[in-house]
Structures are given as structure tokens and as C-alpha cells.
Design a binder for this molecule. Sequence first.
Ligand code: BDR
Ligand code: CA
Length: 309
Amino acid sequence: MARTRVLIDTDPGVDDAVAILLALASPELDVVAVVAVNGNVSLDKTALNARRIVALAGRDDVPVAAGCAQPLSEPLGEESIVHGHDGLGDLEWGEPAVALDPRDGVDLTAALIDEAPLTIVAIGPLTNLAALVERYPGIERRVQRVVVMGGASFHGNVTPAAEFNIWTDPAAARRVFDASWPITLMPLDLTHQAYLNDEDLAYLRGLGTEVGRRTAAMLEPYAQFHERWYGSRDVIMHDAMAVYDVLDPSAITNQGARVAVEVDGVYSRGATFIDRRREHTESPVRVGVSVDNERFRSLLRERLATYRH
Ligand code: BDR
Ligand code: CA
């Protein structure tokens, strides 16, 4: 079986952690690097969290590097506490057995693009990818595909208009969507169809492994946040959808769309205008529309159960 070569650009984040664990447990994927970006929490924390998760998976062969510490757009507001103060639900962790790769994350991404066909799974703000196309003109033409978790066709989460990853750095998102590379976008209206419930958390605890216990423990405060905010403990698996789309491209239906990003709006910073009024066959962007959550949950359970520690 030919494995898809994947780089994960991420701001862990509890759902980022699940996405990374899913990718690292999937034989269809060859994860060649994990690159951190400022987002859910600051870059020092997201880089540490990426090392924690790759170490939890027992994969010290996968380089973890740090990319951009600051968005291109003006930073707004306080650091988010949706994922806890540390970004992973505030558990106790020892020093991770995976060191930070000294290479700059954006330069590492460019080097990996030049080695062999690469799919980029971008599950945080798009700052690193904007820096990539800025620093290496034309590099987007050598990328196989970019799968982005971000945006919303209908309404946002951080504001009524905007989804968190795009709102955090709309200028970067605009650059990424203006570059001509094949993008598959997983917006909120798709990701809200994919969630884990209390039965899944109990299943993970019952695996009797460190991966199972820690994943359930990270998800618990995230479930409590969902209950406070949405009135249900079902935890939405935003970022895992981007990995799932690479694992099993038939699992998520999509359509050709045109995407524009609002950068400076008074009320609409970070809004994504996703034109789904017709099938845009001329556009390099496809947008995820629907997913079968039962099929996703059972694959996620199966894959997380393969960890032996
Ligand atoms: C996105 O925002 C972050 O909080 C999540 O990790 C996900 O990438 C969902 O809007
Ligand atoms: Ca994320």
C-alpha cells in the first residue's frame, strides 16, 4: 500500500492532539513532521504540546519543529482557555521524550516539500503556510494537497461571523486561499457533524493504556466546555476531520467552492465567504459538506486501540 506523506501544521489543542494520535496510528499515512504554530495557546506551549503528543505516541522518529510565534494580522484578545491554560486540558506531564527539532518549522516544511510529494494537514491558524508561500515563491505549485480545518459556511464559533483558526490570522488565511494549490477545507458546519460522546470517553479509559487514559483525560475538560457552551458534552472533533479526509477520502463528501476571507471587517474579521451556490469545478478549493460520524468514531476507536502503551 502506498502511504500518503503528511506534514501536520498544528496548535495543540485537545482536538489537535486527537488528530495527531489518529494520524500516527494510521498505516495509510507517513507522518514526516509535526510543525507548531501560535494559536489555541502561544507558540512555546503549542510546540511543547506537540512534543508531548508525539512522545505519548512513542514516535521519537517524527520531528517536531516550531514555526511562527506571531500572526500576520494584529493579535486580538486574551489567550484562549477553551483547551485549558496549557492547551491540553491542564494535566500533569513529565518532560517529553521528544526534543524540539532546531530547524525553523517553515523552512523544514519547504525542505520536505522538495523531497517528495507532500500533503499538508493544517489544523491551526494559517500563519506558517502564509510564511511558506511568502518565503518560497511558487512553492505552492509543488504541494500535492493542503487540507485545512477552518472557516464556516454559515456561522462562526469565536464570533458569530468567524471560526477560530481563520479569525486568529485572517491575513494569513487570505494569502493561503489566494495561492493556487489544491485545498480541501473542513469548515465548522462539517466538523460539527463529527463528535465523541461519554461512551467514547469511557471506551478510551477502558483501553488500559496511557494513550487511552490521557486522551480521555484531555477530552474531559473539553467536554465540560462543550456542555457550558453548546448544552451537550459531545466533543466536536474539528481537527480530526482534516486527518480523516486524508485517511479515507471517500468518507467526507465535498464540493468545489470559491473561498474569500474577510481580513479587516468591523464585525466580520476572519469570516469566510464560501460560495457553495453551485459546483465550482474551476476552483482549486473543495469544501467538506458531510461526514458519517458513526464511521468516523469507529475508525478512531479502532486506531487509538492499536497503541500498546
Ligand atoms: C479550531 O479552533 C481550535 O480551537 C481547534 O483546535 C480547531 O482547530 C476549531 O474552530
Ligand atoms: Ca487546532
